[in-house]
Design a protein around this ligand. Structure first.
Ligand code: HEM
Length: 421
């Protein structure tokens, strides 16, 4: 069980135990060192911001740039820092690595193509995809919810939305799988997958220019702002960030969310009863609470001080990297009542799971749609759902930014009339 006692010595960060349950360490940091300088596993030194008020302020702070060019190189870095843009790839010039005015222009353009209406129209397709994935294993009585549902659903959904033809989507699934398995690592396979994706997207954008459809890539090409269009490079970088930002995050929202429900049977039963009564209110507040309680984006992406400034009373030097710990801020007792308790009906819940300020998640409506559909359908179609292993046997991915399980093996009862495979 989580022991969020804040007494005692500084906890070790980035260990295996930390990856399994980082919340006690975050409680200690919030209490004792709320803006804390630490060496990351890569050797880079960065400030970790853990209190809610400081985190929110840092996310809206214009002197914290997203452009890695502002990073004062750390002499301790081992070369591969994991900082995006390090390899200066064209695909990296995207929304999460740029500042206004470029950010304002590109975000306005993509917002024209990626509207809440586009997402709402997509709801039946997300339901169909979810059902097809579940059909493939429902008769077995067991599944790995990461491999069988959480991983494929977002990749097929985003491919459909972007306009990647169905026959090419399994290639995307393989490339994305390589990136998620070895993300951040210096493996050649990741670089190869990124390259394949880049070449594929460049060609697809070219084709859509000739032959536009009613998909997001065609919308991106069409979108203009005072006569200004996205260049092909900008369109490719945009398609890439939509894929990249919208993929692993959603995998982990479904995975972490389902795991939290399995560990909190009273909450899960409440949700099942509410869904059986045809209500959707608890599902909506519940998904927000799952984001707050154990969200997929543990740390917001990199920020760099463009000048010396003070954060939460702490002096930060020009060029210093700053990492806002969303997972710590979202358990801050100064902001949330009983922050370590999962309460699906929590309404005073301005969590930072989707970030805050100008980089607030562009895909939040799609993420909500996918997570709500997946969780509701899994609970409805898999009766007596339970973990097939002890919680202690589950392994968490050790990445810096994302938090998610490698596998989530479950067992469940089968119903007469389910498809036989
Ligand atoms: C559960 C799922 C998701 C979570 C928790 C999530 C979380 C976040 C967070 C925390 C940020 C801000 C990062 C920062 O400021 O450092 C962000 C930005 C972004 N997200 Fe999401 N995201 C999710 C799904 C998606 C989806 C499905 C898409 C698109 C298909 C998407 C596209 C983006 C984009 C493009 C940005 C950058 C926006 C900008 O810089 O202006 N996200 N997301």
């Amino acid at each position: 069980m989580t022991d969020n006692s804040t007494a005692g010595p500084a906890p070790a960060l980035f260990t295996w135990e930390f990856a399994t349950d980082p919340y006690p360490a975050y409680a200690w940091l919030r209490e004792n060192a709320p803006v804390h300088r630490t060496a990351l596993p890569s050797g880079v030194e960065a400030w970790l911001v853990t209190r809610y008020a400081d985190a929110r302020a840092a996310l809206a702070e214009p002197r914290l740039s997203k452009n890695p060019a502002h990073h004062a190189e750390s002499p301790h870095a081992k070369g591969k820092t994991g900082i995006p843009g390090e390899r200066k790839a064209e695909l990296m010039t995207h929304l999460l690595n740029i500042d206004p005015p470029d950010h304002t222009r590109l975000r306005r353009l993509v917002s024209k193509a990626f509207t809440p209406r586009t997402v709402a129209l997509f709801a039946p397709r997300v339901q169909e995809l979810t059902d097809q994935l579940i059909d493939a294993f429902v008769a077995d009585g067991r599944a790995d919810l990461i491999h069988d549902v959480a991983f494929p659903l977002p990749i097929y959904a985003i491919c459909d939305l972007l306009g990647v033809p169905r026959e090419d989507q399994d290639d995307f699934r393989d490339w994305a799988g390589m990136m998620i398995r070895h993300g951040g690592g210096p493996r050649g396979g990741v670089a190869r997958s990124v390259k394949k994706m880049r070449n594929y997207l460049a060609e697809l954008i070219h084709r859509k220019r000739e032959n536009p459809g009613d998909d997001l890539i065609s919308g991106l090409i069409r979108a203009s702002d005072d006569g200004e269009h996205l260049t092909e490079n900008e369109a490719a970088a945009m398609a890439f960030i939509l894929l990249f930002a919208g993929f692993e995050t959603t995998v982990n929202l479904i995975g972490n969310g389902m795991y939290a429900l399995l560990r909190n049977p009273d909450q899960r039963e409440r949700l099942e009863a509410s869904l059986a009564a045809g209500e959707s209110g608890l599902l909506a507040t519940g998904v927000e609470e799952l984001l707050r309680y154990d969200g997929p984006v543990e740390l917001a992406t990199w920020r760099f001080a463009t000048e010396a400034l003070t954060l939460g009373g702490q002096a930060v030097a020009e060029g210093d990297p700053v990492l806002v710990v969303l997972a710590a801020a979202d358990r801050d007792p100064e902001r949330f009542t009983e922050p370590d308790t999962l309460d699906l009906s929590r309404t005073d819940n301005q969590h930072l799971g989707y970030g805050h300020g100008i980089h607030y998640c562009l895909g939040a409506p799609l993420a909500r749609l996918e997570a709500q559909t997946a969780l509701a359908t899994l609970l409805r179609r898999l009766p007596e759902l339970r973990l097939a292993v002890e919680p202690g046997d589950l392994r968490w991915r050790g990445g810096l930014i994302m938090r998610g399980l490698r596998t989530l093996p479950v067992e469940f009862g089968t119903r007469a009339g389910d498809p036989q495979v």
